[in-house]
Design a binder for this molecule. Sequence first.
Ligand SMILES: Cc1ncc(Cc2csc(CCOP(=O)(O)OP(=O)(O)O)c2C)c(N)n1
Ligand SMILES: [Mg+2]
Length: 544
Amino acid sequence: MPALAHVLLAALRDHGAREIFGIPGDFVLPLFKVIEESRILPAVTLSHEPAVGFAADAAARYHGGLGVAVVTYGAGAFNLVNSVAGAYAERSPVVVIAGAPGARERVSGFLLHHQARTVDTQLAVFKEITCDQAVLSDPATAPAQIARVLRSAKEMSLPVYLEFPRDMVDVEAEPVVPLPPRRADQDALGECVEEILGRIARAERPVIVVDVEIRRYGVEDRIAALARKLGLPLVTTFMGRGLLDQADDVVAGTYLGAAGNPAITALVEDADLVLMLGVILSDTNFALSNRAPDPRRMILAASREVQIGHHVYRDMPLGDLIDALDDRATPRAAPADRVRQRSAYPRGLVADSNPIAPSDIATAINDMFDRHGRMPMTADIGDCLFTAMEIDNTALAAPGYYAGMGFGVPAGIGVAATGLRPLILVGDGAFQMTGWELGNCRRYGLDPIVVLFNNCSWEMLRVFQPESRFNDLDDWHYADIAKSIGGVGERVTTRAELVAALERAVERRGQFSLVEVMLPRGKTSDTLARFVAGFKSARERMAG
Ligand SMILES: Cc1ncc(Cc2csc(CCOP(=O)(O)OP(=O)(O)O)c2C)c(N)n1
Ligand SMILES: [Mg+2]
């Protein structure tokens, strides 16, 4: 029989993991030895565990499988909490594998190093931010526990937790037998689909709104086909930006409420039926709605449920629902008067000696994409994410709902580790948190392009509280540091320099490129300016 560590690694691969991100420690050194020597999954070590979680999260979002984060007990695992909480909020299936003391250590009578309150505090903490957990302390039950937990990760598209005591690594165990996916009850599915199609047939202005779950469950192409068949306009949410990037004919744009393109906003808010597929009803998606989501004109298929009006169908996997809708839907032509409101993305930046504004960065990137092809993107929280709304619809991983800083660069490294070449958008404040992880690119031959919005400011906070001086950051000259950590950095202050630096970055391979864009404090993207105006008027309405 194989050792439990091999059993676990093979099960991760068989359930869709493609790589492992991690940082070793004495409670996982034996496991890391097996990871390195078995080569069942490639492993990427980073410098700080928050980045391990962000990288695993983004890799899962891009390859559609499981993200895997392997960390040591206590100090390593607790460092991972925030990024796993973000993965939970954004419905990203990260498998946390945390080391732990062995059976004898647990009863030694000592307080163990890395232990917090009790030996089981780590498990207690992760129970709050994962949908399923197991402690692999018995080889007889471990394979079934692994099968159950990994199926939960895939079906719920949420993080899970496996605690691996260090004395269990070499213990023999049976291979994991994957559990069959839990499908929808066919009668309930039929009833649900007939009700949905009936509502669509009676609607005069239906619209489809999609969000992150359609990627998590791998149904983007099927939803694009369904939208074409039903002749319905489709928009993404703020969080869902970048979805259906291969279906430009289907996506009308991104719904941003009062901060968005008025034609897109009207599509959703004037609709008499809103079919929400994979949508998270978060404030970042709907807080700026002029008309709050109304159950009477809404169908919400998310989290394996379908809510129609005020009743709910349970255990409805999104893939089963989409397939059944496509099977039973009769083709409808899109009404002739419905023009595809493709949002016009800014293009044709004048490469002159003018200073750079955030929206110029979007224009320059759109022009670069036209010349060299669109790139997958990651973005951090800050004006860079709002600027991303002005970039043509390309795949994007960002913490659009959880809104935790530090995601952008490690997420880009995670995406690069899947074999893609990402464009990373990050502000100076967020870069100060996790940007240094770029120093790990050279070891793995990764060459992302990083566009750093350097306004020497926590600008997103300043727009809401301009009087506070604590938003003033120092200028760290990030481009100068790039070389010492294995990349090439260029600091640009004019639009001509920006265009030229991006061109050189695209052509440069084998090293990360960091384009440090100097921006004036107080200047934001057009999209963030509209968001702030929308939030302030919404706040006045509520106060009024
Ligand atoms: C982990 C965490 N800690 C604090 C905060 C609170 C925050 C939200 S936005 C922001 C400033 C971001 O500055 P940056 O320079 O990156 O971008 P920009 O605004 O465009 O200048 C902070 C501090 C969040 N969201 N997450
Ligand atoms: Mg900033």
